[in-house]
Design a protein. Sequence first.
Length: 452
Amino acid sequence: MAKTWADKKQETIRTLFFSVIFLNAFGIFLFWLTNNWQNAPADLRLVSIGDLLGLFLALSVLHQFVLQSRLPVMERYVGTVLQQRLHRLNGYLIFYLLLAHIFFVTFGHQHLHNLNFIDQTVSQFEHYPWVWLAYIAAVILIGVIAMSITMVRSKLRYEYWYLIHLSVYIAVLSAFWHQINNGLDLLSNDVFRAYWYALYIVVLGTIGWYRFGRLVMRYFIYDFTVSKVEKAAGGVVSIYISSKKPLPDDFFIPGQFGIWRFFAKKLWWQTHPFTISTGSPKNGLRLTPKAVGDYTTDLQKIKPGTKLFFDGPHGVFTTERLEGAKPLFIAGGIGITPIRAMLEGLGDKAKDAIVLYSVRSPGDLALSSELEEISKRTGAKIHYIFSENAPKSGYKGIIDKQLVAKLVKDVKKRKVALCGPPGMMSAVEQALIELGVPKEHIFTERFAFTAK
Ligand SMILES: Cc1cc2nc3c(=O)[nH]c(=O)nc-3n(C[C@H](O)[C@H](O)[C@H](O)COP(=O)(O)OP(=O)(O)OC[C@H]3O[C@@H](n4cnc5c(N)ncnc54)[C@H](O)[C@@H]3O)c2cc1C
C-alpha cells in the first residue's frame, strides 16, 4: 500500500525535527573544536573534553524540555509516544554525560594540580564561584533520573513522581548559572554566549508559553466550562464542555487527546490526559473518563459550571493515519473513546469501517448508543465481544486471531486503529501480524504515559 500524504508529511517533519537537533549539536561541537580544543595546551586536553561533555549535557537537558514543551508541531507529527520514549532515552544520556563531565573536569584539573580526586573536588568549591550550584543541579538530576527508572517509578504514585520531576527547573537554573560563571566557552566568546542565552530563552519561552501562557489565553478566549455530566456506562461519565466562542474546524483531529485541569476541589492541582470523545470541533469538547483511581473517581462527581484549562490537542492516533485503506477499529473497555471520535470523524468513509468492541459485560459498554447511531447513518459494522456475560446478540470470548479472521475477511488490506488495556493490545497486535496485517498499518494508543 502506497504511503499517504499524511504519512509523508509526518516523516518529513520528523526528519526536519531530528535534523535541527543534530545540526545544532554539530554546530556546538565545531565551535568547541575551533575555540576550545585547538587552543587547549596538552595538559588541559582532559578538561577540554570535560567542557564539551558539559555543553552536550546542558544541550541534552534542553532537549528534555523541548520534548515536554507540548509544541503543537511536535505533538502532531512526532507524537506523544515517541516523545516520551526519546525523553526516557535522553534521561539516560544525561546521566552518563553528567558523570563523564564531572569526571573529566575534575580528573583533568587533578592531574594539573597533583591532587587526589576528593581534594580536587574540594578545591573546585574553593576556587570557582558558584560551582556548588552545579553540584546541586547534579544531585537533583541524578535523583530525578533514579526516580524515573521503571522499577522505582512503578512503586511511586504518578502525582509524586510528577512533583519530583518539577525540581528539574531548579536544576536547570542552577546549572545555567554555573555555565555562565564557570564555562570556558561561554566566558571567552561573546557570540557563543549570546547564542547560548538565545537557546535558553527560546526553549524555556516555548515551554512557558505552551504549558502555561497559551492555556491562560485560551481560558479567556473560550471560557471552557463543564456544561453537562452524563452517565456513559458503569463507572464512566461523559463530561461536556461548553465554550463562549465556537471552536475552529481544525481545533482537533478526531482521535486526539487533551490534558485537562479542572478548577474544582481535589482536582485543581492535577492534570490528566483524556481523549476528546467527540468526532468534530463543531460538537465542542467532551471527555469520557472511567473511574480507575482517586482522580477519575472524583471526576465522576464534577459539577456543571466548573471551569477548566484545556491543554491540547495532542497525539497522532487520528483519522489521518487511516487514510488510503478501509479502517478496522479494535477497542477494549474505555479504549472506545478515540475510536468513537474517529468513527464519527470519518464522515461518509465510515461506511467501510468495521468496529470490534470488547468489554466484560453489557453494562460496561460505553458510548454504544452513539456508535449505533453512527452505524445506522453510515453503514459502519459494529461487533460487540463480551468476555464474561454475553447477551444473545453478542460474541462471547476475547478478540483473538480466529475471531478477527471470521469477522474481518479482508483484514490484510485494512489499516487498524487499536486502543485498550495493555495486555489486550499486545495480544491483538500479535494476532493481526499473524493474520498478515503489516506492522506499519497498525496504529495504537496506550492510555498511560509509559515510555518503553
Ligand atoms: C493519551 C491518553 C488518553 C486517555 N484517554 C482516556 C479516556 O478517554 N478515558 C479514560 O477513562 N481514561 C483515559 N486515559 C487514562 C487516564 O488518563 C487515566 O486513567 C487517569 O489519569 C488515571 O488517574 P487516577 O488518578 O484516577 O488513577 P491512578 O490509579 O492514579 O492511575 C492509573 C494509571 O494512570 C496513569 N496516570 C495517572 N495519573 C496520570 C496523569 N496525571 N497523567 C498521565 N497518566 C496518568 C498512570 O499510568 C497510572 O498508573 C488516557 C490516557 C492517555 C495517556
